[in-house]
Design a protein around this ligand. Structure first.
Ligand SMILES: *Cc1c(COP(=O)(O)O)cnc(C)c1O
Length: 393
């Protein structure tokens, strides 16, 4: 292939073409390298590769050409120097903690993060002497006040789930760096198509590729994107030893997911925006949470920080849990599932599913009311989606 500097190309082009090292077979599509190990030409070459003095594959726990292609492509799209793929989004978050933290360290995390992320910090890193404090995502002063001399990093998701609140990444990056901490952003909801946290000052991006990157609900996977130094020093050694590796087949599915990510994200966002405006007009709905609406508290920030407003809408029914459940149960087309980022529209009741394990007071503090319904807007015809919601309104 001709020598191309992919940094000169736009995200849409990188997403389709970057990362493929064409083999002697001249294949047009990236092959799946279903091999666990690789052979060396001599004992000396084996020794050189093992010590890292000569580049090349050794074993698929830590390098595989199909997985490498996915990593290279996502790194370019996120404007990061390097990406490592993992077996799931949680494995990626685990890797960041295992790579960066030691007993006695402290983490500040936003309160609204993915439930298993909370459990990871509280129960697992906590078990090994890492303390985590949770703060309000949009309260920059609270973030700064929570930082201690032993704080290693700040961790957040923006937009949050399920209330779609938005944090100012640049402001939090400045706060983190002022106190010698790293800023880690879970960019699962936006993907690099809508928001590039590393360009805004974040140090590490983590992904659940399971959501929009796959986009069709097939595979579970994750990724960490950061500087060469962070990956080489802290994340790669953990992947090589810890072994939460992405399979070549899954990497191949995610590679084709990336190829259509930009068009899918725009379509998800367009439909979600129109649905949010339409929901605001319906009776029985007390509030619609969507950053594209001028009624959203961080509407201006969302306009600045994101290229589009996202594919997830949530709304509160005035009739509380009873009406929320009635609306969900009356749907015929939508999938009742907590998953998101799929071409299929999904509908869920956060208070009794994703956030059901929280104590009622904690749920109230997080603003997750019993009447709240969350929709991850898919790519079906929007009129059909509206019709389905109307059945139970
Ligand atoms: C789903 C999700 C995760 C976890 O990813 P898995 O691939 O399911 O392990 C992490 N963060 C966010 C924001 C998610 O939505």
């Amino acid at each position: 292939m001709k020598d191309i500097n992919w940094n000169d190309y736009s995200l849409e082009t990188q997403a389709i073409r970057a990362g493929h090292q064409r083999t002697h077979e001249d294949e047009h599509s990236i092959p799946i390298f279903a091999t666990s190990s690789y052979v060396f030409k001599s004992a000396e070459e084996a020794a050189l590769r093992f010590t890292g003095k000569k580049p090349g594959n050794i074993y698929s726990r830590f390098t595989n050409p199909t997985v490498n292609a996915f990593q290279e492509r996502l790194a370019l799209m996120e404007k990061g120097e390097r990406c490592l793929a993992f077996s799931s989004g949680m494995a990626a978050i685990m890797a960041v903690g295992m790579g960066l933290l030691k007993a006695g360290d402290h983490v500040v995390c936003s309160r609204g993060v993915f439930g298993n992320t909370v459990l990871m910090f509280q129960n697992y890193f906590g078990k090994f002497g890492v303390e985590t404090d949770f703060v309000d995502l949009i309260d920059a002063a609270a973030w700064e006040a929570a930082i201690k001399p032993n704080t290693r990093f700040l961790f957040l998701e923006t937009p949050s789930n399920p209330l779609i609140e938005i944090a100012d990444i640049s402001v939090l990056a400045d706060i983190a760096h002022k106190h010698n901490c790293l800023l880690i952003v879970d960019n699962c909801f936006c993907t690099p198509v809508l928001q590039k946290p590393l360009e805004l000052g974040a140090d590490i991006v983590v992904h659940s590729a399971t959501k929009y990157i796959d986009g069709q609900g097939r595979c579970v996977g994750g990724a960490v994107v950061a500087s060469d130094e962070i990956i080489e020093k802290h994340i790669y050694p953990y992947l090589r030893t810890g072994g939460a590796t992405m399979s070549p087949f899954n990497a191949w599915v995610f590679l084709s997911g990336l190829e259509t990510l930009a068009v899918r994200m725009k379509a998800h966002c367009d439909s979600a925006f129109e649905l949010a405006r339409w929901l605001e007009q319906q009776s029985g709905i007390a509030k619609v949470h969507y950053p594209g609406l001028p009624s959203h508290a961080q509407h201006e920030l969302a306009k600045r920080q994101q290229s589009h407003f996202g594919g997830v809408v949530s709304f509160e029914l005035s009739g509380g849990k009873e009406h929320a459940w009635k609306l969900i149960d009356a749907t015929a087309l939508l999938s009742i599932t907590a998953n998101l980022g799929d071409v299929k529209t999904t509908i869920t009741h956060p208070a009794t599913t994703t956030h059901g394990r929280l104590a009622p007071e904690a749920r109230a503090a997080a603003g997750i009311k019993d009447g709240l319904v969350r929709i991850s807007v898919g790519l079906e015809n929007l009129e059909d989606i509206k019709k389905d919601i109307l059945r139970g309104l």
